[in-house]
Design a binder for this molecule. Sequence first.
Ligand code: GRF
Length: 210
Amino acid sequence: MSARVVVLISGTGSNMAALLDAAADPAYGATVVAVGADRAAAGLARAEQAGVPTFVVPFSEYSDRSEWNRALAERIAEFAPDLVVSAGFMRILGHEVLRENTVINIHPALLPAFPGAHAVRDALDYGVKVTGATAHFVDEGVDTGPVIEQVVVRVEDGDDAASLHERIKTVERRMLVDVVGRLARHGWALNDRQVKLGGAPSKDVTEENR
Ligand code: GRF
């Protein structure tokens, strides 16, 4: 049986699109059953084209964070997901969503370095020579949950935030597709902060400086 995945986005949704492409193969083990957003995100159109139900829970329409979280939790629950994937979703999820769901997030830096909304710019400003992308389980902190997988990207001379983010996103998408497939097909074990993901990483992830 295929794992039911709800993806949350705020923007372009290229990571979500990579999951949709991967899930077109029944052997992948996961199906995107809905795509949700906190605003009229551009990526929703891609999900609609693929015939995947979409929903928007606009943050601006709720009087406080916990009301918004409750509304989001209700919409997510309609799709009975096994896994919720935050892929470029630019909001902090509260316990209303987290207590009912297993949620993973992707982040464009090697956590715990450079958490928060400006990770690529912060890494560049700091002057690091390598950065990358992290997949992690979501807890109530900001990018603090147990790390599932990380991939490394070198900072090149002349990089700006846009060029570096594009290279990070290329490896981040492969990592996300690999991680969601392995979580769905093989499961995982969590002991303290140590995550043991079942199965073996796909070649295009190991070949990328992992
Ligand atoms: C990704 O790099 C994600 O880690 C960050 O925002 C980007 C989203 O890109 N939080 P997309 O919307 O999936 O194209």
